[in-house]
Design a protein around this ligand. Structure first.
Ligand code: FE2
Length: 295
């Protein structure tokens, strides 16, 4: 592939770039091998084309893209590329070789953009056994470092990059998560992926109100939203929410989704992350998302 687009991406402001991004509708997530333990997105799309319009492919360079995602790509349906192997918080992790190889894989997949949890996907070298997902330290220095990483990845890959608020029960640093992503996205002049299920987990774990921090958040930068199930559990007398991608979607997640849809003027895509369930069990969730979008 050519990297020409990257220069073009970086020279225009987000407010103009976003107008050229496709509206993908509602999609489902997948990760390498997920079909073995859950549903086949191709079957879901064939049976319910009105519910599912695109596939978000969770991928890393080590494993590549599995057969069911390849089948989706061959059918010519839209995709996005969700990276699972880069530390956006660490500038030194944005290696040229990785960026170009990821761009090639995303281009072969027909991806509309790159996205993924913004923090740390691995500790130490990018290698088997080093994988873990950790949130960034919510401090201005980290937000500014991440902004540089996002710009660099965008320039080297030629793709729009949408950082996602990651899930965690413990966060360090003085900033609210939404304040952090607001600062980072302004500095990078990038779009955002807002995972409302992750946001509910964060607000709950930190003792914030469900809608704390929303009023100053740059919703015009939200291009994609994630919705997923989460289950409550108690640890040492406190209730937390586990990001299990199961069938129970928290009431707060639905409430936040409603608000985010209302406020996000550039929203292009919503993913229901539910790939490890049965088709018949997830169709009600897809229907509810479509109903909300219809309103
Ligand atoms: Fe997500």
């Amino acid at each position: 592939m050519t990297i020409m687009v990257g220069a073009e991406i970086s020279s225009k402001p987000f407010s103009q770039r976003v107008l050229t991004l496709p509206s993908l509708g509602v999609g489902i997530s997948t990760e390498f091998g997920a079909t073995e333990f859950g549903l086949n997105p191709n079957t879901l799309q064939r049976e319910h084309p009105e519910l599912v319009q695109f596939l978000e492919i969770g991928a890393d360079l080590e494993r590549g893209i599995d057969d069911s995602a390849q089948e989706w790509i061959r059918a010519g349906h839209p995709t996005t590329y969700h990276f699972l192997d880069v530390n956006l918080e660490e500038e030194e992790d944005i290696e040229e070789e990785w960026c170009r190889a990821t761009a090639d894989l995303a281009a072969e997949s027909g991806a509309a953009w790159l996205c993924g949890d913004a923090g740390l996907w691995h500790v130490g070298p990018r290698d088997r056994g080093h994988g873990t997902l950790m949130p960034p330290i919510l401090a201005p220095e980290s937000a500014d470092a991440m902004a540089k990483s996002v710009r660099r990845l965008s320039e080297l890959s030629g793709f729009e990059v949408l950082p996602e608020n990651p899930p965690a029960q413990v966060f360090l640093g003085p900033m609210h998560l939404l304040e952090y992503f607001a600062r980072m996205s302004e500095a990078a002049d990038c779009g955002l992926l807002l995972d409302v299920a992750h946001l509910v987990i964060y607000q709950n774990a930190c003792g914030h109100d469900l809608k704390a921090g929303l009023d100053d958040f740059p919703f015009e930068r939200v291009v994609e939203v994630h919705v997923a199930g989460g289950v409550e559990y108690v640890h040492e007398g406190r209730t937390f929410i586990d990001d299990d991608h199961g069938l129970h979607i928290q009431p707060g997640t639905w409430e936040l989704l409603e608000t985010v849809i209302e406020r996000s003027s550039n929203l292009k895509a919503i993913v229901y992350e539910c790939e490890r369930n049965r088709i018949d069990d997830v169709t009600p969730g897809f229907r509810r998302i479509h109903e909300m979008l219809g309103r």
